[in-house]
Write a protein that binds this ligand. Structure first.
Ligand SMILES: CCC/C(=N\NC(=N)N)c1ccc(NC(=O)c2cc3cc(OC)ccc3[nH]2)cc1
Length: 313
């Protein structure tokens, strides 16, 4: 049972667990003063074999969280730590993880997949523009703002977001390889790798959103997942892909290219015909930049409440 710091307990009432992760869990909590719902990510500093890496990783992630500001990237609201645990208060993404929407075995409607994928591209383009490579894009790390189909999504979990040296490559390989790009296995240890790894992972994410199954997966009669990835070997099973447009398939095929120099870049993906869809773009922009009431009122953003000493956000 997690013990929370006293000052945390004074500000928040912790409720049940809502998500699980490799390095810690996520709990639902209520801010006592406002009854506002929040998510609390609990990251145990000691849960990696080599303590040094874990703490450095977590500090790097917290530095990244402080620096980033984009509608499709998770935002932290508060932060506490004890000598062995971080408690990060985040906006609650009521819709939970994309993982739970696509695991049902059939894909999303193409229009919904396109809206989500466009937001992922915008988030990752922002990260790359700010010198950050995510490196761990997968359905568990894509959060949905609400239960509605057309909703805002946010990318989260920046635990792997750094230039991997050789020694941490081994730690990467201990997670699920399904979303890792080929060059992580082949060339990473020597030449390192760039933003194009995120383009590959987005290709796998799009494949899963449209097809409802993973392009590279364990199967007794098939080569290992790593081998399938290095060969860039995947199949679009006709029964699963029959209703999907050729442009959507083209986007997937141009992202799941083994040679990173030939792979579609994030910027080029944003120019792909499949995304030149004014209705989707309008919907995405409305979700990312909702017209605030402050856009209409002359005064500043929030109406200060008597008991609020001032916005420390
Ligand atoms: C600042 C921490 C970033 C992070 N992970 N970082 C890490 N693993 N090192 C992380 C990982 C996961 C989450 N997940 C959530 O916020 C979340 C909300 C939520 C709601 C759900 O049902 C309503 C179900 C799952 C959920 N996960 C939030 C942040």
């Amino acid at each position: 049972q997690t013990i929370f710091p006293k000052e945390f307990q004074e500000k928040y009432l912790v409720s049940r667990g809502i998500g699980t992760g490799v390095c810690g869990e996520v709990k639902l909590a209520f801010e006592r003063a406002t009854c506002k719902k929040v998510a609390v990510k609990i990251i145990n500093k000691k849960n990696f074999p080599s303590v040094g890496t874990a703490t450095r990783n977590a500090e790097r992630e917290i530095e990244i969280l402080r620096r980033i500001d984009h509608p499709c990237l998770i935002k932290t609201e508060d932060f506490y730590q004890t000598e062995d645990t971080y408690y990060i208060v985040l906006e609650l993404m009521e819709g939970g993880e994309l993982f739970n929407r696509v695991k049902a075995g059939h894909g999303l409607d193409e229009a919904v997949a396109k809206l989500y994928f466009y937001q992922m591209l915008m988030a990752v383009e922002y990260l790359h523009r700010n010198g950050i490579i995510h490196r761990d894009l997968k359905p568990e790390n894509i959060l949905l703002a609400s239960q509605a189909k057309t909703c805002l999504i946010k990318v989260t979990d920046f635990n792997q977001s750094k230039i991997l040296e050789g020694e941490t490559l081994s730690r990467t390989l201990c997670g699920t390889p399904s979303y890792l790009a080929p060059e992580v296995f082949t060339r990473a240890a020597t030449t390192g790798y760039g933003p194009s790894v995120d383009a590959w992972s987005l290709g796998v994410l799009l494949f899963v959103c449209l097809g409802g199954y993973a392009p590279f997966y364990e199967h007794p009669s098939r080569p290992s997942v790593q081998e399938q990835i290095i060969q860039g070997e995947f199949t679009m099973v006709p029964s699963k892909w029959k209703g999907i447009s050729d442009q959507a398939k083209d986007m997937v095929r141009k992202l799941l290219v083994v040679d990173p120099s030939l792979r579609l870049s994030i910027t080029s993906a944003l120019q792909h015909p499949w995304l030149q869809d004014p209705a989707m773009l309008a919907q995405a922009n409305k979700l990312m930049y909702p017209p605030q009431d402050s856009d209409t009122e002359p005064s500043h953003n929030k109406r200060p409440r008597e008991d609020e000493e001032g916005d420390n956000g």
